[in-house]
Design a protein around this ligand. Structure first.
Ligand code: SF4
Length: 492
């Protein structure tokens, strides 16, 4: 036992007080950042990062932050290294378990590691994710990110989808020495990281860096090919791929049955985000025109995607952006910090309201009729069910509406793949290791769990990649003919 010395209490109290004074990462002011699509986060510099990391208590094993991180990053060790100014080794510690350090450092919500931090009890958790982003960027800027690849195994794998799950599997398998081809339906790789997250949260340059890392590891990207439509999984096996990973996500919007939802000026959330955040050359045919954002924008929904849409609409010059949600703020599914940022930028909220119909003139949206709601008994999700109040209808003039009502899986792959088991809601059924009912086919991410976090998709993909590596190593190496076939351009 450590003996108590005179004055110890003072030292301990001073330590605790220091630990309760967080150094928050810098952000651009709301009145400036809402005018452009540049990253909101400025983040830490060397001094502020060290000060914040020094607050870590280095909790005994198992530290709550490690347990809460889906990737089980060794956060206390990384923070100790940051505290001592060894940013390169800290970045390496994060990268031992995470292939998406820069990305998770920017988009992980507090409910992962941060809320579990012991200092949360005082309302002052360590800012773990911004520190991860800082050291990952620092390492890159220093040219110290070195990627190693094992000697070629002669085995071939196809990855369908290039979102967080697909990129994680591609990197894992490429590092093991397998030849990996990633198939992406969109014109550019990156999946939801590129097409679903606005640049002011995750700059496209960060996604481009990740793709470049994988190309450096020998990963081949084939874009503009939709698996299930242009090529089937059987085609891929016939072309010599010995294992296939499905990281197909949930790209289809939940469609409402409200009258007038097809009017010009009403957008599904993902289409709105894509058109508003990417140049035309990165968008698929038919979706290349920017959205028509009027002065008054209504966003329907309560999750993080709704906040992304609302903040994007402000950046497109909307004068009034209102988020309409059918329950109260306490039941909102999204992240509180995202709502705070949206409010700071000028987004307004209307709770306990739901659309009844969209009203148009000459085919174009001009207003939305809403009805007020009250909360009834809890539903299957445990949240109190919204119940319409008869006769409380009111109409609001609106130029543009964005529907952020959730996502569901695209059934195309399941419909064209025999022996692939899917759930009633269309999600791919797998075991813990990501094995599907079809031998040689693996899956993870939103297409298996439904919409979830980048980090949970990456963690599940890491497990699937391990199982896939094991499976591939039990297969014979590809023959020379198969290798040459794979080198040919893909014909859909
Ligand atoms: Fe440090 Fe918080 Fe993790 Fe404890 S839980 S080791 S204080 S980051």
């Amino acid at each position: 036992m450590i003996p108590h010395l005179p004055g110890d209490e003072l030292v301990i109290e001073r330590k605790i007080r220091t630990r309760l004074l967080p150094v928050l990462p810098a952000e651009r002011p709301p009145e400036i950042r809402r005018l452009d699509f540049e990253e909101v986060r400025i983040g830490y510099d060397e001094t502020t990062a060290r000060l914040e990391a020094a607050r870590c208590l280095h909790c005994p094993d198992p530290a709550p932050c490690i347990q809460a991180c889906p990737l089980h990053n060794d956060i206390p060790t990384a923070l100790w290294l940051i505290e001592h100014g060894d940013f390169l080794r800290a970045a390496q510690v994060f990268r031992q378990t995470s292939f998406l350090s820069e990305i998770c450092g920017r988009v992980c919500p507090p409910q992962t590691c941060r809320n579990s931090c012991t200092l949360s009890a005082y309302g002052k958790p360590i800012q773990i994710t911004p520190l991860e982003a800082f050291v990952a960027d620092y390492q890159r800027r220093a040219g110290a990110l070195i990627l190693h690849r094992a000697p070629p195994t002669g085995r071939r794998a196809a990855v369908v989808g290039s979102g967080p799950a697909g990129l994680t599997v591609a990197e894992f398998l490429a590092r093991q020495g397998h030849a990996v081809t990633v198939f992406e339906a969109m014109p550019k790789p990156g999946g939801l990281l590129r097409y679903g997250i606005p640049s002011f949260k995750l700059p496209k340059a960060i996604v481009d860096q990740k793709i470049a890392d994988l190309e450096q590891l020998g990963v081949r990207f084939i874009t503009g090919v939709r698996i299930g439509k242009d090529l089937t999984l059987d085609d891929l096996f016939a072309q010599g791929y010995q294992a296939i990973f499905l990281g197909i996500g949930t790209w289809r919007p939940v469609e409402p049955d409200w009258e007038g939802a097809e009017l010009e000026g009403v957008y599904p959330a993902l289409e709105f985000l894509m058109r508003a955040n990417l140049p035309p050359e990165d968008l698929p045919p038919g979706k290349q025109e920017p959205p028509r954002v009027g002065h008054r924008v209504a966003v329907i929904g309560g999750g993080d995607t709704a906040m992304d849409c609302a903040r994007t609409a402000l950046r497109w010059g909307a004068q009034e952006v209102v988020v309409y949600y059918r329950r109260t703020e306490a039941e909102m599914p999204g992240n509180r910090e995202e709502r705070k940022k949206a409010r700071e930028e000028g987004v307004r909220f209307e709770f306990l309201v739901a659309p009844v119909r969209f009203i148009g003139e000459e085919g174009r949206l001009v207003a939305i009729e809403f009805i007020r709601m009250t909360l009834g008994e809890p539903d299957a999700s445990g949240r109190r069910r919204p119940v319409p109040i008869p006769g409380s209808n009111f109409t609001v003039p609106v130029d543009t509406a964005v529907l952020a009502l959730g996502f569901r899986p695209d059934p195309t792959v399941a419909q064209t793949t025999s022996g692939l088991q899917v759930s009633r809601s269309g999600l791919i059924v797998t075991d813990e290791a990501g094995r599907t009912s079809r031998p040689g086919v693996f899956a993870a991410g939103d297409g298996v769990t439904g919409p979830d976090l980048v980090v949970t998709a990456s963690a599940a993909a890491m497990r699937a990649a391990r199982a896939m590596h094991e499976y591939l190593m039990a297969q014979p190496p590809a023959t020379e003919r198969e290798v040459s076939l794979l080198a040919e351009p893909v014909s859909a």
